[in-house]
Design a protein around this ligand. Structure first.
Ligand code: TPP
Ligand code: MG
Length: 670
């Protein structure tokens, strides 16, 4: 064994013992009914968090798991805040919003635990990508277990970290079970570190019950990463000391095997190190343990005596949009950049050029902004939106990704959490089915689950809609999926002016934004101011003022709704056309004001009707302006079918101009 100072050996023992004691106490609280939900003990695995975190600098990052108490403590987390969080109290790390499975301590670089197995892998790679863009030398350690290594994002994340040489230590805590499934049944190669070779990643196996062995290997791996030669995969072999969670007796775990590992208990081994190599006596160690026990008692008392979060205050916070993005609220963050009147010097440019200008200007203004996606660098993107950015900003800020949507989106999430402003492009909104976890479970919830301490200022640019003969898997209008999720903003521009101003605001926003473009609009030209401007998210636009009927349309439907309005004008019906521009936040007031004036409403939506945004807008209007309505609200929506390939069939699926005109005239003739 290498020579270590007594102080260092004591420090390691303190951490191991603290983790063990914390969970022992939590299990008691669980049995008393004071802790609820899932509680996954880390017992038996303490040496891994302790050894790995001891190898890190204060400004490094870690990503944790559902078994995350050990990681948080080893990283210097505060016991009082942890106890309060697992007890669901306002004084906890996440103000009782996260609980045991979501503890994050952003101040110590602990980006967070995760209730989604494997969900943290791409996020950790993203933290490292942020470091690469900034030009720093921080290292990220991602903790995960054998079960997570069978999730697709593990393969994607390992590959992403490898191709960009990212400073990531993949710390695989192989406790040999995923719930009840033994690793040797879930993988033909149970020595999981061997997977590193397939990705060109340096990989090693280490005894996960020996804190010094873990520490030494982790130090080497961290050095390798800091020297720019990462990533490194470390498989630390260990064993759970019980079932999967508190209420699982683990009856399926072979007795002899458990006994084998109990005899190698990492806490006892760290204790022996003190006796054998630091000349501590049993009495010395007892004094250390008593000190920790006293701190633990104080922490648990603090947690138990802390106030429960106030339900009333919580409901108010939700309504005010302070917890995560609320529907129907203006975005406060852009107050400093009000909508610029279009009545300034302008020039005609295409939507795709407007989007390009928005990214370029924001990249010039803020060096935290960078863009990623498939073929966006050299090729300039399928729709030429990112053309020229590579030449101007170089490959560190304009990044081509492999076909790993889930994980490069997660990379955006991790980079955003750690202070960057990523703009991630998903080629078609249809492919966003592959990123749902990262956008819905991670990006959208992070601010909330961290008790408001964390932010994910990330833009996800994508495009949807039909009209190009691309058939069922490249033509959908899926905005309702994201409209439904608390914590996401949803932006859908219809003109070059809106596209540029909204994208600039989206990039400056503190929350994740789904920025959905329409594939038929990229070549549409429109006036765009020569001067810098932004458009506040949550402010709709009256595209045509009118007094007889309100027509609401967004994205690809705006142009044909405006054309319908001109046809109606020829018939003596003066239609007002409103483009909300952002669906979340929705400019409810603009819509209600218009309906109160016109007393009639028709909503035009390309997406299928069922569960759509139009239905939600209609429900808001009938709730808040029913007395003003002179006729039932009409919704014209896409047909309830996947988009067909044949051009005539495709056209028949989306509301046509004559249908809009017909619906309005019917309303007046009824
Ligand atoms: C994506 C996902 N699938 C399934 C689950 C349910 N689940 C929770 S923990 C767990 C086992 C995870 O095993 P492993 O990654 O080895 O972690 P360990 O529990 O051993 O630390 C499963 C399947 C989940 N939370 N997330
Ligand atoms: Mg496991």
């Amino acid at each position: 064994m290498k020579a270590y100072s007594a102080e260092f050996l004591e420090q390691l023992y303190r951490t191991l013992y603290t983790i063990r004691l914390f969970e022992t106490e939590c299990i008691k609280l669980y049995r008393q009914g004071l802790i609820i939900g899932y509680f996954h003990p880390y017992m038996g695995e303490e040496a891994i968090a302790t050894g790995a975190c001891a190898a890190l600098r204060d400004d490094d990052y870690i990503v944790s798991t559902h078994r995350g108490h050990g990681h948080c403590i080893a990283r210097g987390g505060k016991l009082k805040k942890m106890a309060a969080e697992v007890l669901g109290r306002e004084t906890g790390y996440c103000k009782g919003r996260g609980g045991s499975m979501h503890i994050a301590d952003i101040a110590t670089g602990n980006i967070g635990a995760n209730g989604i197995v494997g969900g943290g892998l791409p996020i950790g790679v993203g933290a490292a990508m942020g470091v690469r863009v900034r030009g720093g030398d921080q290292v990220t350690v991602i903790f995960f277990s054998d079960g997570a290594s069978n999730n697709g994002v593990f393969a994607e994340s390992l590959n992403l970290a490898a191709i960009y040489d990212l400073p990531v230590v993949f710390m695989l805590e192989n406790n040999q079970y995923a719930v009840t499934s033994p690793v040797e049944e879930m993988s033909r190669v149970p020595d999981l570190y061997k997977r590193g070779a397939g990705y060109g990643v340096e990989a090693h196996q280490v005894d996960g019950n020996d804190v010094l062995a873990v520490y030494e290997k982790a130090c080497e791996a961290v050095d390798t990463c800091r020297a720019g030669k990462g990533p490194v995969l470390l498989e630390a072999r260990t064993y759970r000391h019980g079932g999967h969670h508190v209420n699982d007796p683990g009856a399926y775990m072979p007795k002899e095997r458990l006994e084998y590992y109990l005899a190698r208990d990492p806490v006892k081994r760290a204790r022996s190190n003190l006796l054998e190599h630091a000349r501590y006596t049993d009495a010395d160690i007892e004094a250390v343990e008593q000190d920790i026990t006293r701190q633990m008692e104080e922490a648990i008392e603090f947690g138990k005596n802390s106030a429960q979060p106030s339900v009333g205050a919580f409901i108010e916070e939700v309504a005010a949009g302070r917890v995560c993005t609320a529907h129907h609220l203006h975005s406060p963050v852009c107050d400093a950049h009000p909508t610029v009147n279009i009545d300034v010097e302008t020039r005609e440019i295409m939507v795709r050029e407007a989007l390009n200008e928005a990214m370029r200007e924001e990249m010039l203004r803020d060096e935290r902004v960078f863009v990623m996606g498939e073929g966006i660098a050299q090729r300039g993107g399928s729709y030429k939106v990112t053309v020229g950015l590579l030449d101007e900003f170089g490959p560190k800020r304009v990044i081509d990704t492999p076909i790993s949507e889930a994980s490069f989106t997660g990379m955006g999430v991790g980079a955003a959490i750690t202070g960057m402003r990523p703009v991630v492009e998903i080629l078609f909104i249809d492919f966003s089915s592959l990123i749902i976890d990262q956008i819905v479970n991670q990006a959208a919830k992070y601010r909330f689950m961290s008790g408001g301490r964390g932010r994910v200022p990330m833009v996800l640019r994508t495009q949807g809609g039909s009209g190009n003969g691309l058939a069922a898997q490249h033509s959908q209008s899926l905005e309702a999926w994201y409209y439904h999720v608390p914590g996401l903003k949803v932006v859908m521009p219809s003109t070059a002016y809106d596209a540029k101003g909204l994208l600039k605001s989206a990039i400056r926003d503190e929350d994740p934004v789904m920025f959905i473009e329409h594939k038929l609009l990229y070549m549409e030209k429109g006036p765009v101011p020569n001067k810098d401007y932004t458009i506040e998210l949550g402010v709709g636009d009256i595209k045509r003022p009118g007094s007889d009927v309100t027509l609401i349309a967004w994205s690809g439907m705006v142009k044909r709704t405006l054309a319908a309005a001109e046809e109606l004008a020829a018939q003596g019906i003066d239609a007002e056309v409103i483009d909300p521009r952002t669906l979340v936040p929705l400019d409810k007031e603009m819509i209600l004001e218009s309906v109160r004036k016109t007393e009639r409403l028709v909503i035009v939506q390309e997406a299928v009707r069922r569960g759509g945004v139009a239905s939600d807008i209609a429900s808001i209007v009938q709730e808040e302006a029913f007395d003003y309505l002179d006729a039932p609200i009409r919704i014209l929506a896409g047909k309830n079918t996947p988009i067909p390939f044949n051009v005539n069939l495709e056209k028949a699926c989306v509301p046509r101009q004559e249908e809009i005109v017909g619906a309005v005239t019917e309303m007046f003739n009824a």
